[in-house]
Design a protein around this ligand. Sequence first.
Ligand code: 5CU
Length: 367
Amino acid sequence: MSLQRLFVDVHTHIYLPRYAALLRSRTNAPRIFSRTGPSGATEDRLVILDNEPSDGRPVGPQYWDRDEKLKFMDRHGIDISFVSTANPWLDFLPFADAQTLASELNAELESYCSTSPPLASGSHSLKRLYGIGLLPLVPNAPTSELPAAVHALAKAHSHVRGVIIGTRGAGNGLDDPALEGLWAALAETGLVVFLHPHYGVDGSAWGPLDNGHVLPLALGFPFETTTAITRLILAGILDRHPRLRILLAHAGGVLPQLSSRLASCIVHDPRVASRLQHDARWYLDRLYFDAVAYGSAELSFVSGAAREGSRRMLFGTDHPFFPPLGAEEKWRSVVENLEAIEGVGAWRDEERDGVRGGNALRLFGLA
Ligand code: 5CU
């Protein structure tokens, strides 16, 4: 099969065994614990989010077992996955521990990917799995040490093609001037930066009605990403580091929908405007957006907001989150995201192929 027709998942997570073991050793979130379930059998539970009910949610081999990842890919026709550690990454660790664990987990991820099966179709020598690694970008990290971590990762691990980062940087957000060296190193190495939320936004907005995790996940996560990337843009980071490649989780939150309003607010604030080389909407063309939006209208909007349109959008699943509630063979969360791509009326077939896989192969340097 031609490389341009492959299905590639850029948003798919794991807790590698070493990381899962760390979560098991903890007594507060993030943690994994075992309990006796309703059937009398022992079951593992995961607690990672703020205010997650203390009995958490089910967690199992789909979070750490590579065969489970491959089975999931086969079931949904996914050829290649770019696998990243799920939130909250190393955020809860002191720098020294985060530094050690980041390099151990990056090495483990390299081996997870480099020993994965080859892609069966075609004459290309691609693997089924590639990685998006970790940096010790945690609160109070000595930021002068981060560029070396980036270079070490890029040099040592050829199957790890990017890094996943949260929104807090070294504790002061992504517009922290102390991160300048980090952005320079990421731009220089060409590692793709996958920006992903974890904390949501101030929960006092959610009100007293018990809506479970619907509001923090559906709104808080994308709002968090939107704020973080907007701060990064407003600090002029994309102007100073034109080669930086940032992939935004969950279709970029609401940045595309608010970019014209953002542009107008900037124009009316000369102090902020003087920091930027371009109109706010221009920066949409500098970013990449996963297509984890669950609807054609949303995908259509995002691709219409950027001049390069669908070429900046990449299929993702968010596996192993959002598993089916029943015994369905295919996961609704995956089917909906594929149907959303299929249903964008304005896209030509080549554009749809690009979003399903070709754009990812280009972004991560495999095509
Ligand atoms: O359901 C969830 O909590 C999550 C999460 O924590 N991280 C993620 O990527 N998707 C869903």
